[in-house]
Design a protein around this ligand. Structure first.
Ligand SMILES: [Cu+2]
Length: 333
């Protein structure tokens, strides 16, 4: 209905319609409220204007009136709360089998790397109709990944991963902005999201790849000597990393944490922070020795060790449990 209304940017993701509907609802509620206030104001000003000889009568409060003006707004606010929560949680929860793209922000550019290995700068190619999960971090200060056409905005922080996702619904080229003031050339930190039809996208994907990100990660894993402690059998000084990602990890101090991207990242940069049960804190820190890109590749590699199929192919939900009960080392690919 509002598609050609110039106040709105393109609507090019599954989230866009939901966000706009909520926004329009808020506008209507606020608009009606404003009308109501001004209409009563004008009416009362006329009705109770000062007249010679007529004195105002003091009213000491009215319970029915006060209850009414408390209950009705409460109801309206609860609608806003529930609706907002639904839209928020939807946009905060990436679907399980989304394609993954690693994003590294720096003053003043966006570096993007597909799980399949393609690297891009200030440009991100994605196919129509597929869920895309962004795993983002910054090399310096706080940035923010903002794509108005997708109604998507997420802060990108140094020292940790933040996650966002979208599913594009219309092919085309859309603006990517940095929405967090990040220094003198902040306003130039621009990019574009190129949404392509699946066939076009496939063609783009097949041009000049360097191999999957997890393969790059495997190389770094060997070069940095991780592989000497983290062997695929259980003979290394560190735990085997097969099947670790996505599972709960029991720690020395009795806590259990989820092995997600931030956990792997922390294990590499600050190994002492969470020590796996049954192991000594002998892993050296790699803080300062690995770049953000290398970290992403290592994370992708550790991740791939929990996915029996290669990146790009869908991981079947039944594949993971099959490995349970067997020694982790028996599933070498
Ligand atoms: Cu920025």
């Amino acid at each position: 209905m509002f598609d050609n209304f110039p106040l709105w940017p393109d609507r090019a993701s599954t989230a866009a319609g939901n966000v706009d509907a909520l926004f329009i609802f808020l506008l209507i509620v606020c608009g009606l409220m404003t009308l109501l206030i001004f209409a009563t104001l004008i009416y009362f000003a006329a009705r109770y204007r000062h007249r010679r000889g007529v004195l105002a009568e003091q009213i000491e409060g009215s319970i029915p009136l006060e209850v009414t003006w408390s209950i009705i707004p409460l109801f309206v606010f609860m609608v806003i709360f529930a609706w907002g929560a639904v839209v928020y949680f939807k946009s905060r929860t990436p679907p399980r089998d989304a394609t993954e793209v690693y994003v590294v922000a720096k003053q003043w550019m966006w570096k993007l790397e597909h799980a399949e290995g393609q690297r891009e700068i200030n440009e991100l190619h994605v196919p129509v109709g597929r869920d895309v999960k962004l795993i983002m971090t910054s090399q310096d200060v706080i940035h923010s990944f903002f794509v108005p056409a997708f109604r998507m905005k997420q802060d990108v922080l140094p020292g940790r991963y933040t996650v966002a996702w979208f599913r594009a619904t219309k092919s085309g080229t859309y603006h990517l902005f940095c929405a967090e003031y990040c220094g003198t050339q902040h306003s130039g930190m621009l990019g574009s999201i190129v949404v392509q039809e699946p066939a076009q996208y496939e063609a783009w994907m097949n041009g000049g790849t360097t191999g999957p990100l997890s393969a790059t990660g495997e190389k770094i894993f060997a070069e940095l000597g991780c592989v000497t402690c983290h062997r695929t059998d259980t003979q290394g000084r560190g735990p085997t990393l097969q099947g670790v990602f996505g599972k709960p990890v029991l720690l020395e101090d009795g806590r259990t944490v989820a092995a997600d991207e931030n956990y792997v990242r922390e294990s590499i940069l600050d190994p002492g922070a969470k020590v796996v049960k049954g192991f000594k804190p002998v892993m050296p820190t790699f803080q300062g020795l690995v770049s953000e890109e290398q970290l992403n590749a290592l994370v992708a590699y550790v991740k791939s060790q929990s996915q029996p199929t290669g990146p790009g192919t869908k991981t079947s939900a039944t594949a993971a449990p099959q490995n349970e009960g067997k020694p982790a080392g028996s599933q070498v690919q």
